[in-house]
Design a binder for this molecule. Structure first.
Ligand SMILES: C[S@@+](CC[C@H](N)C(=O)[O-])C[C@H]1O[C@@H](n2cnc3c(N)ncnc32)[C@H](O)[C@@H]1O
Length: 244
């Protein structure tokens, strides 16, 4: 896949910057992913305001009308600050591992028990209802998992989405396979350094390349994958829409 949005010079700069950060990250002990976010619930919105420009566009791309949404890694519901304004009546099932993040979601002014069902669970383990949702969505959650692990979740997402429904992903992705590999190499080094058991998932960013991301969605069965933003123009956030 040819992506020409970032110049060669910018890419070289990005690599150097990322390598520097990854080198220093080796001295930071790993934290289980749910616990990581629980500890950082307070102040989460403030950090995420850096990405507000990306979040703001979400409602522009959702269907004009829909009734049901499954949200994976909904956290404290940051994306619903914009979604709920445009779609106040949708029925949402949100899944997240972090109790503290879900508790913060329940404090949002738009939260109400009739429209939001929040489930504290690991989305890899939790069974999703099949053929149930007009929209399945995940924002900034899945870039912590490797290709093989993600294969499982995209199959489940595919099955949960209605035949005429869509899957949306707003997430951190790698501009190319070299950038993906750079992050993965450090992921392995850091896990090894802190003796992380195989079945424990920690908070380390390992964004897949857009090419691999699209491959996974196609492998799950999605026929059409659309790029909704211009990835790698300013940030590394990509907004994808997948149709059956
Ligand atoms: C960066 S936050 C994103 C939250 C929200 N979607 C947003 O865009 O602001 C990532 C969230 O994914 C959750 N998460 C990560 N892995 C998970 C898993 N396997 N099962 C459930 N939740 C998970 C974390 O607990 C965290 O709340």
């Amino acid at each position: 896949m040819q992506l020409s949005y970032r110049t060669k010079e910018q890419l070289i700069e990005d690599f150097a910057e990322q390598t520097g950060w990854l080198d220093s990250s080796l001295d930071i002990p790993t934290e289980e992913i749910g616990e990581f976010f629980s500890k950082r619930t307070e102040g989460y919105d403030k950090v995420m305001m850096d990405y507000w420009e990306d979040y703001k566009t979400i409602p522009d791309f959702l269907p004009t009308q829909f009734e049901t949404m499954l949200n994976l890694g909904c956290g404290c519901g940051f994306e619903f600050e914009v979604i709920s304004k445009k779609y106040p009546d949708i029925q949402v099932v949100g899944i997240d591992k972090s109790k503290a993040m879900l508790d913060a979601f329940r404090q949002r002014p738009f939260f109400n028990k009739d429209n939001f069902k929040l489930i504290e669970a690991d989305y890899f383990e939790y069974p999703f209802e099949k053929n149930q949702y007009d929209v399945v969505m995940s924002a900034e959650s899945l870039h912590h998992y490797k290709f093989e692990k993600k294969k499982e979740i995209y199959k489940k997402i595919y099955d949960a989405t209605k035949q005429d429904g869509y899957y949306y992903e707003l997430d951190f992705m790698s501009v190319n396979n070299d950038f993906e590999k750079l992050n993965l190499d450090y992921y392995e080094k850091r896990r090894e350094k802190y003796n992380v058991p195989e079945d424990v998932f920690v908070h380390i960013d390992i964004p897949l390349s857009l090419e691999h991301q699209i491959e996974l969605l196609k492998y799950a069965g999605f026929k059409k994958i659309e790029l909704l933003n211009k990835p790698f123009l300013k940030s590394y956030t990509v907004f994808l829409k997948a149709s059956k």
